[in-house]
Design a protein around this ligand. Sequence first.
Ligand code: DCP
Ligand code: MG
Length: 355
Amino acid sequence: MERRIIHIDMDAFYAQVEQRDEPKYRGKPVIVGGRSENRGVVATASYEARKFGVHSAMPMRTAYKLCPDGVYVRPRFDVYKEVSAKVMDIFLKYSEVIEPLSLDEAYLDITHLVSKDRTARSIALEIQHEIYEAVHLTSSSGISYNKYLAKIASGMNKPKGTTVIHHGNVQEVLFSLKIGDFPGVGRVTEEKMKSLGIMTGKDLYEWSEADLIFEFKKRGTSLYKKARGIGTSELSVERIRKSIGKETTFNYDINEDDIILKVLEELCGKVSMNLDRRQLAGRVVTVKLKTLNFEAHSRQMMAPNPLFESDEIFHYAYDLYHKVKSPEEPIRLIGVTLSHLEERTYRNLTIYDFL
Ligand code: DCP
Ligand code: MG
């Protein structure tokens, strides 16, 4: 059977989380971004703020000019990560074949769940509903028979959209798509396309494969196929995390070995718990410090056998600490990481492995 892929993407993710957690922001133009009104860029803007022309990656200063009465807030990454983990756990209930693209979006292959009485669209709606129940946030989904069409579909009816691209409407959808909105067509390609007179999917469709190869070399064939709704790439479920680490920043500069080592021991405990959860062990231990002027120093060593127990990790971390720490210089941050990870016995994939 043909595949059924769902692409899910949270609506105005950071901004929606801020509106969820602060009722007085609801219905208002909320702009989440770096530093202050004058520095940094916009991470995202609520749909209310988008009406003013504010969007991701815009300098904050420009946003402030377009929308002086907006609510400007700093990002709270910890909260977004926590939400993301919950959402990804929901995805894992539906399929083992998921490919997270960022904190707020993923592809799911749900082919195995589809039946006469359970359409891919109804599954997407179920997932969106379950996300809303769990984290009180809305999302949009796109459903199709390959990845890039699912991604195009999820963007077509944002926010709270559920959109299917099937063989009956695919060509119509692709014809009207602006060339810059084709997944995989970045800024540079977009400019080149435009200089060749290719403004829409319809214009692209009219080019022969040979001419596209002439202009775009290796990518010519894939562009030719994209214009026709053909895509066969698999989900990359193997994007597995390569290390597990924990760090702490102190509120003040600290130089007392006994206090720092106590913290380091706790960090080793957390790393160990993390490894337990994923049934992993690692052979390389790294200890990292930052001094007050934020200079980073680190040392690592390879253990003869894979480690996962807190005491074992701390045994190495203790030695490493004494090698990397200069007695006169107070520090601001300490961290410990385990890498060269391997499976302890067997393990079930969880989302934490991907992020
Ligand atoms: N993000 C960012 N900088 C960017 C783009 C995005 O920091 N240039 C962050 C903030 C977004 C989150 O990633 O909330 C998800 O990105 P999306 O592109 O999915 O945008 P949103 O979820 O904010 O809005 P949309 O409803 O269009 O998906
Ligand atoms: Mg989003």
